[in-house]
Design a protein around this ligand. Sequence first.
Ligand SMILES: [Zn+2]
Length: 379
Amino acid sequence: MRAPRHTLAAALLGAVLAWSSSAWSPTPTAAQGRVHTVRAGDTLLRIARRYHVSVADLRRANRLRGENVRVGARLQIPRGDGAWRQARARRYAVRPGDTLARIARRFRTTVEDLRAANRLRGEGIRVGDSLYVPRPGQSGAQLRASLRQGNPVRPPDEPLELAEGVEATAERRASELQLGPTHVGQRLLREAPEPSWVEAARAEAPPEGTLQLPVDEGRYLRGWGSGQDGYHLAVDIGAPMGTDVHAAERGLVAYAGHGIRGYGNLVILVHANGWITGYAHNRVNLVIPGQVVERGALIARVGQSGFARGPHLHFILAFDGEHCDPTPLFTPRIQRANGEEVDEPVVVWDTDHRPSGIRCLARSARPHPHYHGGRRRRR
Ligand SMILES: [Zn+2]
C-alpha cells in the first residue's frame, strides 16, 4: 500500500490546515461506509476528491463548518453526493380505465408533471403505454433531466491515489490555466484548446503522430461515423469492467469529471500537437485536472457510466474543433472481437496538418440522437 503524503499542499493552495479545531465532531449515526484519518496536507477538497464525493457532502456527513480539519481526525466518508445519487426513474404501465388525472392522483403528482415527464400532449395515453412517473416532490422537468444523464454514476470504491507532489503541482497548474470546470470539458468537445494548454502539454520530444491503443487488448465494437446518420464520431473499445485505460499520448488533463451529459466519468487530455483525446463511460477517473500524464499512463478504468449499454471506452480524438477517426492512428492496431485487426491503412499524423487518411467532422454535423429528443420519443 502506498501512503502518499501531501506535504506541500496546504501552503500552496492556501487551503488551511488547522491543528486544533473545534469545528470537527463525528457524526455518531454515520456508522457504515468508509473512514478517513486526516493526514498532514489534507484539505477537505483533497479528501473529497480522493473518495469521489463532494465537499458539501463530506461536510454534512461530519458536521464540519469552515475549512479546518484536524490531523488525526477520523472523517466518515459519505456514500455519495447529490450528483451521483440517481434512483432509477419509476415506470407505470397504463391499465384500462386509466386517465392522466387518475394516475397523477395515485402517484401524488400532477397531470402537468406527468405530461412533462413523458412529453405528452393532450390525453394521448393507451393501455399498455409505459409512463415515467415523477416521485413526490419531483417535477416532470426534473425527471426528464435525470433521464438525460444516462446510467447512474456512483462513487467508485477505488480511492484516487496520487503520487507525492503530483496533486499540489496539478492543483497549481489547473488554477493557473483554469482547467477542470465542466464548461472547459464542454468547450473542448467543440473547439480547439487554448494555446497555453497545448503549451503546457509540451515535452522535449515532439508527439509521435500516433495513438497508443488506450485499452490493452481492447476490442473494436463500433467505429467513427457508425450508427444512425453516422452520428457516432468516436470509437467504442470493448473491455471488461475495470480494465485499465491508458493515455493514448502524453497530455495535460484539462477535464476529469462526470458533469457532461451522457459521457459518465470522462477524462479529456490536451496534447502538444493540438489534439484532444477523450475517454468516456469510465467506472472511475484516476487523474485530476492540471496533471500532465505520459503516453501510456493509467488514467481511468473501463466502466459503463453515462449512455453506455455495457462496459466500454468511448474514445474521442478531436482536432481544431472537429472529431476525427482515430482508428488509423492506433498502435498496436485495434482488433475486432474475432481477433482480426481492423482493416484500415496505418497513418502517422506528424505535422499540424491533418493527413488525408484521417476523416474529421464537426460534432454538430452529426448530432447524437440523445442530444435532440432523448431515448423515448412519444407522440
Ligand atoms: Zn461510443
